[in-house]
Design a protein around this ligand. Structure first.
Ligand SMILES: *[C@@H]1O[C@H](CO)[C@@H](O)[C@H](O)[C@H]1NC(C)=O
Ligand SMILES: *[C@@H]1O[C@H](CO)[C@@H](O)[C@H](O)[C@H]1NC(C)=O
Ligand SMILES: *[C@@H]1O[C@H](CO)[C@@H](O)[C@H](O)[C@H]1NC(C)=O
Length: 438
């Protein structure tokens, strides 16, 4: 639990002719062969067996810890206080017995964007300055040829997990940077969509191309392969408190990007799968919370609104009752979902999920939301934020964070909020209001 007991400060030789790692750079880890000393003003701090990082003196939200040094001189560095795992209590999250306010951003590109450690730290710094406590990011990238950063490489029907620096090593870097900024992470383990591979890569490699998308949820060979990947990732980080929660999949639905749904896919197909995979995660990792990552569709057959009629294969209320899922998730894109009356539709969608939250007595988060019309965005989000506060919804993550990095702005699909955006200031006041509400 007290991970900074493992803290190791490497002696810094002031006269060393060896290369030093820059501030925020890597300085140790199982397969690390680079410099193990840090630039002036920083010290090498153990993060995990895979990663040690040069943290500036006095960085992040910190506790000052006296450390044992190797050789001379002795020194004192500040290390982030990432102790304890986020837990739930009724409709709220807690950390070490105190309320944990879930608010922040999505930044799927953190590990996959090929960014330097300096840039990743800049991205986290911008999120912290917006008031964020929590970031949701991708812990998957299914590929069939080895290029760039990838986590899971398929050759025919066999797959290997890439643990190198262009694989889970890149996720290690993100986790270390989150820790240094006092941020907790929600990590998704696959995608409904074909971005970064996702579910259809499993079904195509194992069952042949053109198979129904939903065989991902029901075919035993596919389930076994997904469990193998999940086990590799989850067990690697089972003791890492910077991770707040595992999330089974981003936006599960019966139908897929390249494939259609079979006629046998119903809401219970995904409910059964979510139950199986979440209990599997709990069996190998008792520390972390688990969520589904769905869009939160209700299953009211006959309802004229697609988001309420269960056709996508999601029954929000049923999934929230799964004992091995600790919290509920929903997304909200009224404009891209062709809902008219953007503002009131969104207020109702938030209110309906808050009602489920209360009746099931579990946290529920709006873990993605957005509109792309920048002229109405600030006013629209202000009303939605008010609804979150007034309904008592547990928390929210905006889609998506934006930062100006060394080579330009981060990915912008029209929803990104950069620090110069009017909404950035709104996020700050919303985060403050949520923290004050408890
Ligand atoms: C930072 O810490 C190192 C020792 O780790 C120390 O030598 C240095 O003086 C410190 N720098 C500042 C600016 O406090
Ligand atoms: C799953 O993927 C594809 C996206 O092209 C889509 O047909 C289906 O609606 C998806 N569900 C989502 C995005 O939740
Ligand atoms: C954004 O909305 C908030 C809440 O209504 C308001 O206080 C703030 O002035 C707005 N910001 C801009 C730049 O319009």
């Amino acid at each position: 639990m007290i991970h900074f007991l493992a803290l190791l400060v490497l002696a810094i030789s002031l006269t060393s002719v060896l290369a030093q790692s820059p501030i925020w750079g890597q300085c140790g880890g199982a397969s690390w062969t680079g410099p193990t000393t840090c630039a002036t003003g920083s010290a090498c701090v153990f993060s995990s067996q895979y990663y040690s990082q040069c943290l500036p003196n006095g960085s992040a939200t910190t506790t000052t810890v006296s450390t044992t040094t190797v050789g001379t001189p002795t020194s004192t560095v500040s290390v982030p206080t990432q102790t304890g795992f986020v837990k739930t209590s009724g409709t709220r999250f807690t950390l070490n017995g105190a309320p944990y306010t879930l608010v922040g951003s999505n930044a799927y590109w953190l590990a996959l964007g090929g960014y330097s450690t300096t840039d990743i730290n800049k991205a986290f710094a911008d999120i912290v300055a917006s008031g964020g406590t929590t970031v949701r990011t991708w812990g998957f990238n299914e590929v069939t040829s080895a290029n760039g950063i990838y986590f899971h490489l398929w050759s025919g029907s066999s797959a290997t997990v890439n643990t190198g620096s262009n694989g889970l090593g890149a996720l290690d870097t993100v986790i270390a940077a989150a820790k240094a900024h006092g941020i907790r992470l929600i990590i998704s383990l696959t995608n409904n969509w074909s971005d970064y591979g996702g579910m259809d890569v499993y079904t195509a490699q194992l069952l042949g191309s053109g198979q129904p998308h939903d065989l991902f949820y029901s075919n035993p060979t596919v389930i076994a392969a997904f469990k193998t990947y999940v086990q590799a990732v989850v067990s690697r980080y089972a003791n890492e408190p910077t991770i707040m929660a595992w999330e089974l999949v981003n936006e599960p639905r019966c139908s897929g990007s390249n494939t259609v749904a079979s006629s046998s896919c119903t809401v219970s197909t995904i409910t059964n799968w979510a139950s199986t995979i979440s209990s599997f995660i709990k069996s190998i990792d008792s520390n972390h919370l688990v969520g589904l990552g769905d869009e939160g569709f209700f299953n009211e057959p006959g309802n004229s609104d697609y988001m309420y009629q269960g056709s996508a294969g999601i029954d929000f209320a049923a999934n929230l009752k799964i004992s091995t899922l600790d919290f509920g998730t929903f997304h909200m894109y009224p404009q891209s979902w062709s809902e008219s009356n953007t503002v009131p539709w969104g207020q109702q969608w938030i209110t309906d999920h808050a009602t489920s939250m209360k009746s099931t007595n579990k946290p529920v988060i709006m873990e993605e939301f957005g509109i792309t019309s920048s002229s109405t965005r600030n006013a629209t989000y202000a009303t939605w934020y008010q609804t979150i506060i007034s309904t008592g919804l547990t928390g929210d993550l905006i889609w998506q964070a934006g930062s100006q990095l060394t080579n330009g702005p981060t990915a912008n699909d029209g929803y990104a909020i950069f620090p110069t955006d009017p909404v950035y200031g709104l996020m700050q006041s919303h985060a403050a209001a949520l923290k004050a509400r408890g």
